[in-house]
Design a protein around this ligand. Structure first.
Ligand code: NAP
Length: 263
């Protein structure tokens, strides 16, 4: 299927590793001009070179903390200068700490609001007017299945990703008439380096083998395994494409069926 992504210009935030990296790779392979950011310049440069080698095209990169509104503004302007426009923007960031309500300080709440919610606001404010002028655009947020089924102990993620989802749904209504779609993609457990490290630590703490932890953790996943980053990236590429022009305001999980709700 030709997704019609050739020549589109895409920003993927928090993309030196994990899900962001997989999404940037997929979009570049589909023919998009891709720009990526993350905080650590060395990782980002290496990732840009690796994706560039796979896709056979230059990947634009800039070291940036997505909680810095001015930094996001400058980055989006630099991408527009480099590639002429912005068609697709995928918001993403690192996860907030896993804590229960009474363990979280007010400062940690403020930091997490900046990281999870406001970082998406910063990108949306920059890219939507540009997309509106060209009457075409795709804004995609990477959140978590916690927006469909809150996960015990993840108070910050459960609370703030719901805010991102509410923002995106409302933007879908506001900007649909401009040819812009806005959708949320919700990873369940996905085998990124971060998850592997988490499970290695769990295995070490419990004194059991890594494979045993993996087996226990996948017991509730109907497909019997965790998702791979490129599986989530494939959905993002589809939603970013011409083919998905009537899919707007949705919140789709990529979790092997582990969310127990109907929708
Ligand atoms: P990851 O492998 O740890 O990658 C995170 C990426 O984000 C890195 O490139 C990191 O680079 C960048 N980043 C982190 N904080 C940033 C910031 N403030 N500004 C700019 N870039 C930043 O994580 P992942 O597994 O891909 O997860 C991505 C998101 O999906 C996270 O929010 C995570 O909580 C969520 N999620 C993941 C899973 C899963 O199973 N993997 C499931 C549900 C939800 P730098 O550190 O260099 O900035």
């Amino acid at each position: 299927m030709d997704l019609g992504l050739k020549g589109r210009v895409a920003i993927v935030a928090a993309a030196s590793k994990g899900l962001g990296r997989a999404i940037a790779t997929e979009l570049a392979k589909e023919g998009c001009a891709v720009a990526i950011c993350a905080r650590t310049a060395a990782d980002l440069e290496r990732t840009a070179q690796e994706i560039g080698a796979i896709a056979g095209r230059e990947i634009f990169w800039r070291a940036l903390d997505v909680t810095n509104a001015d930094g996001v503004s400058d980055f989006v302007a630099a991408v527009e200068k480099k590639f002429g426009r912005i068609d697709i923007c995928v918001t993403n960031t690192g996860g907030p700490p896993s804590k229960k309500f009474m363990e979280i300080t007010l400062e940690e709440w403020r930091t997490a609001v900046n990281l999870v919610l406001l970082s998406s606001v910063y990108f949306a404010r920059e890219v939507l007017p540009r997309m509106q002028r060209r009457r075409w655009g795709r804004l995609l947020t990477i959140t978590s299945i916690s927006v469909k089924q809150p996960i015990d102990g993840l108070m910050l993620s459960n609370s703030l990703r719901a805010g991102v989802t509410g923002m995106a749904k409302t933007l879908a209504n506001e900007f649909g008439a401009d040819g812009i779609t806005v959708n949320n993609v919700c990873p369940g457990y996905t085998l990124t380096d971060r998850l592997t490290e988490l499970f290695e630590k769990r295995a070490q703490d419990a004194g059991v083998a890594y494979d045993e932890i993996l087996k226990q953790s996948t017991a509730n996943v109907p497909i019997g395994r965790f998702a791979r980053p490129e599986e989530l990236a494939a959905l993002v590429a589809f939603l970013a494409s011409e083919r998905a022009s009537s899919i707007n305001g949705t919140t789709i999980a990529v979790d092997g069926g582990s969310t127990k709700g109907l929708l």
